[in-house]
Design a protein around this ligand. Sequence first.
Ligand SMILES: Nc1ncnc2c1ncn2[C@@H]1O[C@H](COP(=O)(O)OP(=O)(O)OP(=O)(O)O)[C@@H](O)[C@H]1O
Length: 307
Amino acid sequence: MSAIAQWDGVTKRYGNVVAVRDVNLALHPGEATALVGHNGAGKTTLIKLLLGLIRPEEGVVRVSGIDPAGAQGAEARRALGFLPENVAFHGAMTGNELMTFYAGLKGHSTKRNRELLALVGIADAAGRRVSTYSKGMRQRLGIAQALIGEPRLLLFDEPTSGLDPASRIDVFNTIDMLRGSGATVLVSTHALAEVENRVDRVAVMHRGNLLSAGTLEDLRQGVVPDVGLRVRVRNCETERLLAALPPGIQCTDRTEDTLMLGVPAADKMAALRALASLGESVEDIRTVTPGLEDLYRRLVQQEASAA
Ligand SMILES: Nc1ncnc2c1ncn2[C@@H]1O[C@H](COP(=O)(O)OP(=O)(O)OP(=O)(O)O)[C@@H](O)[C@H]1O
């Protein structure tokens, strides 16, 4: 599948600070990708590079095959919709006026503006000054302006920061809808649990390095080759059970009545049989699939211990 956007061997420095280092990443048509990482990890820098606002010191950035900071950058940017991290609008203008303004800036017709405002749920407030909007409504307006001109690639920089739970769900529903309509979406976010089932791929940034990129399953394979088992133990017999575990089973965490075990995937059935043979001390066994928060934490830990 050819990429709609890509960073090839990209390094960007601000003075002595290496904001992103040798990043290789591609966005594929029709897919939603979450860009996750701590504050200062380099997420916004990657987005600014795609927008052509900054140039890399090393490597190549392409949007639809075009250098977005080059002579044909304006053409590449026409395919982009962007929601900045801190969306700020002139409070004296109405939603309608702002949409007209942004359509003019982008060189697109205003014909679909009303439809876009309805899509994000603020059509009724379109005639009101933006200074009367709540934070969530401003964010919705930000999404509506990003959708002007039906961009094929949408870049959302922390679209849910500062929003209440209902508005956060709405934002992710909109992302789902865009993805369903065939758009490519890159969403930079700290909301790992919220995003995990809403995107096709995840790219994990840490201190300017891309630690991992792929589907959640790719991340799981790369980070946790073991199967996780949560074993509930009767009568606080954890010590006895630990001593009786066959080799190859690692205890990763424990409480008085629960053991978290890691088992190589190939040995899962053998491990389950061994646990079952320990008799009534074992009250319950559940396999545990690590979520994005867990995977992210482990990736960062791995990086820290390798450094
Ligand atoms: N204009 C700039 N001048 C100097 N340093 C910068 C500039 N922009 C970003 N940086 C630095 O580059 C690094 C990456 O910043 P970036 O904004 O890309 O991170 P981020 O992952 O988007 O962070 P956050 O989640 O806080 O928005 C940080 O160390 C930041 O301080």
